[in-house]
Design a protein around this ligand. Structure first.
Ligand SMILES: [Zn+2]
Length: 283
């Protein structure tokens, strides 16, 4: 079943008098959603016992949890100490993910810094390969996935081809397709044909299981000639992408285990519900 939910807490959740994320799982269930992404973007401050409480509350309310690893991770960095720190950020994120009973950890894989794209991508590939060896030793778990994300700025590593190619390296790597970011890189040209190319490339390189279990970030995003500028909401009329053609393709290609997170500004649960309504009307 394709699942829908927000990244973080919607303004409406707070306006209705809630303040603690412990309350969000029941709130999401009542709102008609079944997925929640917890962001460690600015650091991993969540206590273990709170993570376990989230796990229980999520299970009671049939909410699947995913996490987003810190933004500081950069597997292209030529400095070994920085790489060890990146590995530690990923491990800590996955440790909390397991306590929360979740199964997908989103990660921004790297940035070019002052290197050529080729050098940066080579570093990312080597370091990701080494990391996945640690991952096997540490977790030995077929049910948790590290999910490198397609990125929205040109100096970041993470075109859809780069991400899909990196995900061929290990069975526990599944792509996060952030279609808002992909649309920024394509300067607004993410139409049905482009969506189809991405899906077909994923089937070709990664096969059925990974493609049908893809993680998706969906929001409209403003872009400039440098790429991503800022996240918008679905009712924005100036920037894309549109969800309808993607929904049709997900249904036609039977991508029926995708997890779809809305990262709309401030109203991510309300927009996740809109995406869900578009998807199930199509179905
Ligand atoms: Zn992200």
């Amino acid at each position: 079943m394709v699942k829908f939910g927000p990244s973080g807490n919607d303004d409406l959740f707070y306006e209705e008098g809630h303040s603690s994320t412990k309350e969000v799982f029941e709130w999401l269930k009542n709102y008609g959603l079944d997925l929640y992404e917890y962001s460690f973007g600015r650091g991993i401050l969540l206590k273990d016992e709170t993570a376990v409480e989230f796990s229980n509350l999520a299970k009671e309310n049939d909410i699947q949890i995913t996490v987003h690893a810190p933004y500081f991770i950069n597997l292209a960095n030529p400095d070994d100490l920085s790489i060890q720190k990146s590995y530690a950020y990923i491990n800590n994120s996955i440790d909390k993910l397991l306590l929360m009973g979740g199964n997908k950890c989103v990660v921004h894989i790297g940035s070019c810094m002052k290197m050529t794209r080729e050098q940066a991508l080579g570093n990312v590939a080597n370091n990701l390969k080494s990391y996945m060896e640690y991952f096997d030793e540490r977790y030995n778990n077929d049910n948790i996935f590290l999910c490198p994300e397609t990125m929205g700025k040109y100096q970041q590593i993470g075109t859809y081809k780069e991400i899909i190619d990196l995900c061929t390296m290990h069975k526990n790597l599944i792509p996060t397709f952030d279609f808002g970011h992909i649309n920024c890189i394509l300067q607004g040209n993410l139409n049905k044909d482009e969506y189809r190319k991405i899906i077909e490339y994923s089937f070709e390189k990664l096969g059925e299981f990974k493609t049908k279990n893809m993680h998706i970030h969906f929001s409209k995003i403003e872009f400039s000639s440098k790429g991503e500028v800022r996240h918008l909401t679905l009712d924005d009329n100036n920037f894309g992408p549109e969800f309808e053609p993607l929904a049709e393709l997900l249904i036609n290609y039977k991508i029926d285990n995708a997890t779809i997170i809305s990262e709309s500004k401030n109203i991510m649960a309300q927009d996740a519900k809109k995406l869900k309504n578009i998807f199930y009307k199509n179905k």
